[in-house]
Design a protein around this ligand. Structure first.
Ligand code: NAG
Ligand code: NAG
Ligand code: NAG
Length: 734
């Protein structure tokens, strides 16, 4: 009934004729409340929990800063701060509130730069903050000192500071003149153009969640130095080394500071090949350009690659390493590590056969090894790889990386000046915290050690009894070993006769994986805490189990993955008799949403789910092949564009819309209107089908959300709708 009044109010206020789809037979809103209580980790707790970003060590390697944001439903604000942690773990970390938000980075080992967003059309201001660090105390100066500002309307971000050359590098959106000083004027001119049409001659018209305009992101350099009195100052003369190249860095929509690196003299960066159409190619080239923009960029890649990521300089600046995929057009190909000597141009593929994909890359301080993270069997480990003494392809013998951690999900590994490594790690039971790893010395008996540096949410989670997840393996469709996770429901007891409802969660990608990692969107423990036996399977197409397994979903979306999930579900029901087989449900987003729509049309699989939830999923594969933003993705997965013989054949075979006649299970559809990956018409179409078939169904649209629900209030509403839907069909009936 609450919904009825809310909508009447809205209609009256805005004079919308009252036509309420929910007024028919589904008009009585069932009363639903989350399970709550001090011992339960609720959706509200998830939204309000601290969200730590990546930790960054100072040059001395004795301190790290960690940006943290925290939403509060009480004042409806997201509170931002930066924490400074001592890496010897002997002094507790300290927090500095960033009242106006903004980013921070290290100027030197005892000074932080804080870039404060500009207000009222003014430029961003940069302040320096001193950090005092003694053996028993850590303090951040509460009198920041202004050291300069950026031009009005610039949105400087992704900062990298080269102390050796007193140069700050950053990215900003600019108009085609690549001039930071004219942004404000050109923005105003555009706003006043007298219409709001968007006109396109080339793809992308829209990408991820923005309609693309003429402004693109470029790299800039500016001087940043300290005078004899110790006062820092930011220069006002900017150089645009990529101006006129048709190269844009970082690569949208997800590229960040890891798309480039800075040495004493140069920038190395990855960018989409400027000669190719970016909507149906993935090729990214790596280039080198002087910091002072005195020469044009020089390409370092050999033109035979697909995407490249994470270019990094060796500490001495003489070499560059990056991650490279072989196939243009395939975003989930295996990433190999490339090493290039800048003076001789000798090039080596360091991991020609290693069947894992590194995620991040850094040289150790002595330039003798690389450190990186990579997913391996649904966990993300820190690895190290010694570098060959000579870059000689004829003499090269592949050495396999050594795992330094073995559980959970590591990210952002940074070698410190000694042999230690700083990294962030999360798990099913904890968001990110900073850890320091001291590797074992080859020539001594000492084992490696791991020290936890921060404890951002430990006290809030310690009494919640979160499940760490049981990893299980079963024999899948292709007689391959397939992995999954089981999280027992809150209150589960050994040998109890109680039966529990179960939910199968299906991941997106499809080249992704359920990993022992914290998630703020699909957090399996949130379902387990609400009383569901929570099952997450990594079927064919999943990453971290080798490239062949990942590749095998291409051109087979409705095939092998469902053979795997069917066998996995049978395994689960056999292994956990405490699951009530009459009370099972399933949910998925993106490819997982495709999977939900596909399961609807294939009752012969025999899952027997009583209710389904599809978030931003594919309904009509063929239409999606035309309407999605990243066309390369569809073309790879369906063997070509949707009008080609193969694309046509495979979309006919694997489009959920072609199997609607078989639909019968109650289904909730959720979609964000700013989802330009999978347009909202996918869910609207599926909802229209369900409604005409008389199948209990509900459509929830988030007009301001993209492929993900990010706004805190919307995230809570999302959890409410999903858990309410399941509860209606399989909830505890008193
Ligand atoms: C940027 O624009 C300003 C104002 O029009 C102009 O004075 C300046 O020369 C331009 N800078 C560059 C590098 O083109
Ligand atoms: C399945 O794999 C197992 C072990 O990997 C092997 O022994 C068996 O013969 C295989 N079965 C089929 C049908 O390929
Ligand atoms: C419905 O499902 C059956 C299998 O249960 C399948 O053979 C048939 O092709 C499907 N028909 C439609 C129209 O989806």
């Amino acid at each position: 009934m609450l919904l009825f009044h809310a909508l009447v109010g809205l209609a009256a206020a805005s004079q919308i004729p009252l036509q309420l789809p929910t007024m028919g037979k589904e008009s009585t809103e069932s009363e639903f409340k989350f399970r709550e209580g001090p011992e339960i980790f609720t959706p509200k707790n998830l939204v309000e929990l601290e969200r730590p970003g990546a930790g960054v060590a100072n040059p001395a390697g004795n301190l790290a800063l960690v940006p943290v944001s925290k939403y509060s439903f009480e004042d409806k604000e997201t509170h931002k701060s930066v924490w400074v942690a001592s890496l010897d773990a002997k002094i507790p970390p300290v927090e500095y509130a960033l009242k106006k938000g903004g980013e921070t980075f290290w100027l030197d080992s005892k000074t932080i730069a804080h870039v404060v967003p500009g207000e009222d059309g003014k430029g961003q201001q940069v302040y320096s903050l001193g950090v005092e660090h003694s053996s028993h105390e850590l303090t951040i100066s509460n009198s920041p000192s202004l050291i300069g500002s950026f031009p009005p309307s610039a949105d400087a971000t992704n900062f990298k500071f080269s102390r050796d050359s007193d140069t700050l590098v950053f990215s900003s959106y600019v108009w085609p003149d690549a001039n930071l000083s004219t942004i404000k004027e050109q923005d105003e001119e555009y706003e006043k153009r007298g219409n709001n049409a968007l006109v396109y001659d080339v793809t992308y018209p829209r990408h991820w969640d923005i309609w693309r305009g003429k402004k693109r992101t470029q790299l800039f350099t500016v001087s940043l130095s300290k005078d004899k009195e110790g006062k820092w100052s930011l220069g006002e003369s900017y150089k645009a080394p990529l101006k006129g190249t048709n190269q844009f860095v970082p690569v949208e929509p997800f590229g960040g500071a890891e798309d480039y690196d800075v040495s004493k003299t140069h920038i190395v960066y990855t960018t989409k090949d400027p000669k190719l159409d970016d909507a149906w190619h993935t090729r990214q080239n790596v280039y080198l350009v002087p910091l002072d923009a005195s020469e044009a960029p020089r390409e370092l890649t050999n033109g035979e690659q697909g995407a490249t990521h994470n270019p990094v300089f060796s500490r001495d600046g003489s070499k560059v390493a990056w991650l490279e995929m072989a196939e243009d057009g395939y975003e989930a190909d295996r990433q190999k590590i490339i090493l290039l000597d800048l003076s001789t141009s000798s090039r080596l593929v360091l991991t020609p056969t290693w069947d894992r994909s590194p995620d991040s890359l850094a040289f150790t301080h002595d330039d003798k090894a690389l450190v990186f993270t990579a997913g391996d069997h649904a966990v993300i480990k820190v690895f190290t790889l010694p570098l060959p003494e000579k870059l000689d392809a004829a003499e090269f013998k592949e050495v396999f990386p050594t795992a330094l951690t073995h559980a959970h999900a590591a990210s952002g590994a940074q070698p410190l000046p000694d042999s230690r490594i700083l990294f962030s790690q999360s798990s099913y039971t904890s968001p990110n915290d900073l850890w320091v790893l001291t590797p074992a010395h080859a020539d001594s008996e000492s084992a490696s050690s791991l020290v936890k540096i921060t404890r951002f949410s430990e006290s809030k989670l310690q009494d919640k009894d979160l499940s760490s997840g049981e990893s299980f393996y079963f024999t899948g469709a292709e007689n391959k070993s397939v992995q999954g996770w089981a999280l027992k429901p809150k209150g589960w007891k050994e040998n109890s006769k109680k039966k529990y409802p179960a939910v199968l969660l299906i991941h997106g990608g499809p080249q992704g994986a359920w990993e022992d990692q914290w998630s703020t969107r699909w957090n399996p423990n949130v379902f387990a805490q609400q009383g569901y036996f929570t099952i997450a399977i990594n079927p064919t197409g999943s990453t971290t189990f080798g490239q062949e397994f990942t590749d095998a979903i291409a051109e087979d979306w409705g095939g092998k993955p469902f053979g795997d999930m069917k066998l996995g579900w049978e395994y689960v029901l056999k292994t956990y008799p405490e699951i009530d087989t009459e009370r099972t449900v399933a949910a998925g987003a993106s490819w997982g949403g495709y999977a939900i729509n596909w399961i609807q049309g294939h009752p012969e699989y025999g899952f027997g789910f009583k209710a389904l939830v599809c978030h931003d999923g594919v309904f009509d594969s063929s239409y999606n092949g035309f309407s999605t933003d990243e066309l390369f993705f569809f073309n790879h997965e369906f063997g070509g564009p949707p009008w080609t013989p193969k694309g046509k054949e495979l979309t006919a075979k694997f489009s959920p819309a072609n199997f609607v006649a078989n639909w019968s299970t109650p289904q909730l559809l959720i979609h964000g209107s700013k989802d330009y990956r999978l347009a909202e018409t996918e869910s609207i179409g599926a909802f229209n089908a369900l409604q005409q078939l008389g199948i209990p169904s509900r459509l929830v649209i988030f007009p301001t959300e993209n492929h993900w629900v990010l706004n805190p209030g919307n995230s809570l509403k999302w959890h409410y709708e999903v858990l309410r839907w399941f509860d209606q069909f399989v909830g505890e009936k008193e």
